[in-house]
Ligand binder design. Structure first.
Ligand SMILES: Nc1ncnc2c1ncn2[C@@H]1O[C@H](COP(=O)(O)OP(=O)(O)OP(=O)(O)O)[C@@H](O)[C@H]1O
Ligand SMILES: [Mg+2]
Length: 426
């Protein structure tokens, strides 16, 4: 049987808390069986590693591992996703399709956010769990599948059962063994360890010296509530790594990043924006990273809404401001007011994604999850603006000066391209 330490190393799990160790030990113990496992714990505690551990230590390890986020699939399509459908089962079902239960035969299915499953799907799931049988949507033929199910949830299942949102029989069937992961606030000794690991990872990723915390800042970190658990700690380590010039962080500076203690992050960004004149390349890099992250979050929101609603016009109407924020408010761009653009030139700069060479050594180091980067390579001189200028020039040449096509190729709005053309005097 693999040791807890070896499993931690293999799956990049940091920490030495007793309850964490017990959870991993349980995963190792149940892995060789086909017992259903329910992983519980608050959001961001690291539940997603447990099913991976179980699958890879089981006799199914050469079979498929399919992770399904039950909360992200619209109610209308979840049965078809999980169990497949027959041709003609519903409008748009032009072909017979296999579901995850058919595809993962001989393997493992991880049902993440299982508490979100609609009640009719819960009935189908109960049947598979009981005798391995399922029926495709629109079919009458019973099929068999040998799948191990591991589920996870961050909600209180007893409450869901009381409110009749979750079937009690299914809950007991899923939770033959329950593996609970402790919240970060109860793992005080692991907090700094995790922070150091994340700070080291981000130092490597962004090619900057590693952030270090003064002792007082470490105590503050340990006293904090960590509502978002390890995910929140990781995000904060990333924000500090990217934003702070001074790499030794004291408690006052740290407070600015901890919501509910002093001022929170948005205030920090606002200050930085005012100070920034983008004269130095590192400032631009910070800005790029932040804008990209914010765009990505907005796009995720929009995609989810589209998936849930399926009605493009409705989503468009309801999210006008979000769409404007992501794409700019002038998609046609041909009648852009030059004066207005001049006035905007100091506003949010949308910067292109510039391909960077990632050195091989970095890739190798990334694989070694326990590598703590205390040293950092000499920073290579980045000239983002030069590269951006070159990309724009080439794209415009390729499209014989046509802004619309060039903007599309560069992945920015035509308005932004226009602004950049003016900025670089092209
Ligand atoms: N012990 C750990 N060591 C290192 N990283 C961890 C650890 N636990 C969690 N993480 C990281 O924290 C983040 C959140 O973990 P994960 O996605 O598994 O949370 P979760 O419990 O599934 O949360 P949710 O219920 O919101 O889905 C991930 O980036 C994960 O890699
Ligand atoms: Mg999760």
């Amino acid at each position: 049987m693999e040791s807890i330490q070896a499993v931690k190393q293999r799956f990049g799990i940091i920490g030495d808390d007793q309850r964490l160790n017990r959870a991993i030990e349980k995963a190792i113990q149940v892995a060789p069986t086909d017992i259903s496992v329910l992983v519980t714990g608050e959001s961001g505690v690291g539940k997603e590693s447990i099913p991976k551990i179980i699958h890879s230590l089981s006799h199914r390890k050469h079979g498929k591992y399919i992770a399904v986020n039950c909360g992200a699939i619209p109610e209308g399509t979840i049965d078809s996703e999980l169990f497949g459908h027959e041709k003609g089962a519903f409008t748009g079902a032009t072909q017979t399709r296999s579901g995850y239960f058919e595809v993962a035969d001989g393997g493992t299915i991880f049902l993440d956010e299982v508490g979100e499953l609609p009640l009719p799907t819960q009935v189908r799931l109960l049947r598979v769990l009981e005798n391995g049988e399922f029926i495709k949507v629109g079919s009458s033929k019973v099929q068999k599948s040998d799948v191990r199910i591991i589920a996870a949830t961050n909600i209180n299942m007893q409450e869901s059962i009381k409110k009749e949102r979750f079937r009690e029989d299914l809950y007991y069937r899923l939770s033959t063994v329950e593996i609970n992961l402790p919240p970060l606030r109860d793992r005080k000794d692991d907090i700094h360890l995790l922070f150091r690991k994340f700070a080291s990872d981000f130092a490597m990723k962004y090619k900057m010296p590693t952030i270090k915390l003064q002792d007082d800042a470490v105590s503050l970190l340990q006293k904090y509530r960590w509502g978002g658990n390890i995910r929140q700690l990781r995000n904060i380590a990333e924000q500090i790594s990217v934003l702070e010039q001074e790499r030794i962080i004291g408690p006052e500076r740290l407070k600015e990043y901890l919501p509910d203690i002093g001022s929170n992050l948005p205030a920090v960004i606002a200050d930085k924006k005012k100070e920034s004149d983008f004269s130095n390349e590192r400032e631009i890099l910070y800005k790029v990273l932040f804008d990209m992250k914010s765009d990505l979050t907005d796009l995720k929101k929009l995609t989810l809404k589209l998936m849930e609603s399926g009605n493009t016009q409705k989503v468009q109407d309801e999210n006008e401001s979000l769409i404007q924020k992501i794409y700019g408010d002038n998609e046609d761009g041909e009648d852009v007011d030059a004066e207005e653009l001049d006035a905007l030139s100091n506003e949010n700069l949308e910067v292109l994604q510039i391909p960077q060479n990632s050195p091989k050594s970095e890739l190798n180091r990334e694989k070694d999850k326990y590598y703590f980067a205390e040293e950092i390579q000499e920073e290579e001189t980045l000239s983002l603006q030069d590269k951006e200028l070159e990309l724009i020039k080439k794209s415009l040449e390729r499209h014989s000066g046509k802004r619309k096509a060039a903007a599309e190729e560069l992945g920015i709005s035509e308005r932004t391209l226009y602004r950049k053309i003016k900025q670089y005097n092209l």
